[in-house]
Ligand binder design. Structure first.
Ligand SMILES: [Zn+2]
Length: 251
């Protein structure tokens, strides 16, 4: 949407809000001050209403949560409840800051450049503040990208499922190392990928175990009631209900 158009829409929405809410919105950080203050404040703070959604939401409290490259919490749009949720994905000590991840991974250079460009800050999280360990972390992040790409290759998954599952196992180990055993939604997605390999080859027993683990990881990140948690739970109970069940054995 052109900035001028979004500015007018947001101005009208803001006018309709109580004064206290207007003040809350205007107190949020704006990464591009100057022209279009409403739309730039919105772009700096809005969280997408679902993965890849072009619709975003701004929240008075959640938008104050800072970024960390190894976050202790996970944010998710719950489409059933129609609100954003925040779940702790690792133990949080009293007084410790609650953090989420604003970035999409990659090496420290890539992450930090993205965070500077999109949000206007230099990341000084624990991960980025340990130059002696950054090289090892960067190597793990690159390995994560490579394994992720290999696992996401549908052709390879069809003809060499054992290799895909072996990559899932390797990726799990790298996640555990990079995220100190608390990789949150990344673990849920990984087990779901493994589930898809199993289900495509008609291996119900293994697929059910992977879906169960994906479900357990989703509960931690999004809660029992989230639509994705419920979807994965039903697949753990009846893996054959998945649209790709036995796809490869029929080819
Ligand atoms: Zn960082």
């Amino acid at each position: 949407m052109p900035p001028n158009e979004l500015e007018l829409i947001l101005a009208a929405r803001l006018r309709a809000l109580p004064k206290a809410s207007q003040r809350q919105f205007l107190s949020l950080y704006n990464n591009c001050p100057g022209k279009h203050p409403f739309s730039n404040t919105f772009k700096t703070n809005a969280l997408p209403c679902g993965a890849g959604s072009v619709v975003g939401g701004v929240y008075p409290t959640i938008c104050l949560i800072n970024h960390n490259c190894i976050p202790n919490s996970h944010n998710n749009w719950d489409s059933n409840a129609e609100h954003e949720t925040i779940y702790a994905i690792r133990p949080i000590k009293t007084g410790e800051e609650v953090t989420i991840s604003y970035d999409y991974g990659g090496t420290s250079t890539v992450r930090r450049a993205f965070l500077k460009e999109a949000f206007g800050f230099d990341c000084n999280c624990r991960e980025c503040s340990r130059p002696s360990e950054l090289q090892a972390s960067d190597s793990r992040r690159l390995l994560i990208q490579d394994l992720d790409n290999a696992i996401g290759d549908p052709f390879r998954m069809q003809i060499r499922p054992k290799e895909s599952l072996s990559d899932c196992h390797s990726l799990l180990q790298v996640f555990q190392e990079e995220y100190d055993g608390y990789a949150g939604a990344l673990i849920a997605r990984l087990y779901y990928d493994a589930f898809q390999v199993g289900i495509a080859h008609g291996d119900q027993a293994r697929a059910s175990v992977f879906a169960e683990r994906a479900y357990e990881a989703r509960v931690i990140c999004e809660g029992e009631d989230s639509p994705e948690t419920q979807r994965v739970k039903s697949l753990a109970l009846k893996p054959a209900n998945h649209i790709s069940f036995g796809l490869c054995s029929m080819m």
